[in-house]
Design a protein around this ligand. Structure first.
Ligand code: FAD
Length: 260
């Protein structure tokens, strides 16, 4: 079995700066971490490997420094990392990101399962998993909290919904996105850290994949951030003092309703 885990590098801080010209996040020279949801995806893939044998490959699209998070993922148990990195991939929205990731998946070939995090902590759209599955033409299910059973042909899993849980059976190859309830990610062992240090992350540039240039990066992104700002919340607190607070509150609210 071959499992691909999509791993995104995200800022490890809330102090992110935006490029005033392109309105994209400035990712250079800031501390970066593995997207927290992707650590659950990594752990789940590694558990499948330990239980039934599998090759686990990490795939990321990002700046050259994202190689470090793939190396960290190797220290957490994945076997190999691929990084899609090229100026032509930069500035991608979710559509261009999933298209670019699909090129990496095609390069890796013959996969059975793709595991993504539920969402990224910076972009936060939760669109890339479903969009990647759509681009590859495979089945997908989001918000998985448990893999009940997996074999060479199928995966049976539990999806969290607003009302409870759904049990879903998917034919492989397929893609799932996982939520934090699925497991407790492990810490890297010294042995794995040593392996990670000596491992090669394979860099895939524009020339290594068969890409339609018009679908990449800013050029291939139909959505673009026009403006970013921190919303201003004007909250006027009114303190109700003294006795009979409930009556006073009711009359204030009734007055507001009548005026509106
Ligand atoms: C309207 C809009 C416009 C945007 N415009 C721009 C823009 O002009 N320029 C720009 O730089 N950014 C832009 N972004 C941000 C950019 O689209 C996202 O950072 C990127 O596409 C990933 O989406 P996300 O962060 O929402 O990931 P999500 O969809 O929330 O991520 C879900 C999962 O997909 C996988 N995943 C996501 N991204 C990657 C990755 N790069 N590598 C590997 N796995 C991944 C991970 O498993 C992750 O857990 C825009 C976002 C929006 C919503």
């Amino acid at each position: 079995m071959k499992i691909i885990v999509c791993i995104k590098q995200v800022p490890g801080t809330n102090e992110v700066k935006m490029d005033p010209v392109t309105n994209t996040i400035i990712r250079e020279n800031i501390e970066s971490i593995i997207n927290p949801f992707d650590t659950y995806a990594i752990e789940e893939a590694v558990r499948i490997k330990e239980n039934m044998g599998a090759e686990v490959i990490g795939l990321s699209m990002g700046i050259p420094a994202a190689e470090e998070i793939l190396r960290e993922a190797i220290s957490l148990g994945i076997d190999k990392g691929f990084l899609l990195s090229d100026r032509k991939f930069a500035g991608a929205d979710t559509l261009a990101t999933s298209y670019t990731l699909s090129l990496g998946v095609k390069k890796i070939k013959d996969f059975d399962l793709i595991i993504c995090g539920k969402q990224a902590s910076d972009g936060d759209t939760a669109q890339v998993g479903p969009s990647l599955a759509k681009t590859l033409g495979i089945a997908y299910v989001t918000d998985i909290s448990k893999i009940i059973e997996i074999n060479e042909n199928n995966i049976r899993c539990m999806k969290i919904t607003d009302d409870g849980y759904e049990e879903i059976l998917l034919t492989l190859p397929a893609l799932i996105t996982v939520v934090k309830e699925i497991n407790m990610p492990r810490l890297p062992s010294i042995k794995r850290m040593k392996i990670a240090q000596d491992s090669q992350v394979e860099i895939l540039t524009f020339n290594d994949v068969e890409a339609d240039e018009n679908r990449l990066g800013l050029k291939g992104s139909p959505t673009q951030v026009r403006k970013t700002f921190i919303p201003i919340h004007n909250i006027n607190n009114e303190m109700i003092e003294g006795s009979e607070k409930a009556e006073k509150l009711a009359s204030i609210l009734l007055g507001k309703i009548r005026r509106s």
